[in-house]
Design a protein around this ligand. Structure first.
Ligand SMILES: [Ca+2]
Ligand SMILES: [Ca+2]
Length: 151
């Protein structure tokens, strides 16, 4: 377990180094795990976030924290701005930060949707990223919507 943690820490440090290099300096919002915007705590009924993707290397990380909650059935929907296509990657982790599962959400085009359970003791990173080389728009925001469904 210690070894896994240190690999993840190294990964985070590498992401920080890349995130702070000049090529990506203009991004600066939720670019790494450490900067993830938390959109869910146990007991929340839903959440929403919006921002821009400024380039093909710009990532925006969000986080659902269910470390102390009950199992929840959730739905995510990502609405890309008109004319561009963004996708979601989901990274499920345990309380020690170990990666349990990585899921690339199927690309439906301008609106992607995904539903699943987030078990008690788990967290979920949501990485919003561009689909293709020309899929970014620093002027118009995407919208990420989280719904918590009745179990
Ligand atoms: Ca970003
Ligand atoms: Ca998409």
């Amino acid at each position: 377990m210690k070894r896994k943690l240190s690999i993840i820490t190294l990964f985070a440090v590498l992401m920080l180094v890349f995130g702070s290099s000049s090529a990506f300096a203009q991004y600066g919002y939720a670019d790494t795990w450490d900067d993830a915007i938390q959109i869910y705590y146990p007991g929340d009924t839903g959440g929403e976030a919006s921002s821009t993707i400024d380039g093909t290397n710009d990532d925006d990380y969000y986080f659902m924290n269910n470390f102390s909650g009950e199992d929840v059935n959730f739905s995510l929907a990502l609405y890309s701005p008109s004319g561009v296509n963004y996708d979601m990657q989901l990274i499920r982790v345990d309380q020690d930060g170990n990666i349990l599962k990585v899921t690339d959400v199927y690309d439906y085009g301008g609106v992607d949707a995904f539903g699943a359970y987030l078990l008690s003791g788990q967290g979920l990173y949501i990485r919003v990223h561009s689909h293709g080389a020309n899929d970014y728009d620093s002027s118009n925001q995407y919208r990420l919507k989280l719904d918590i469904n009745d179990n």
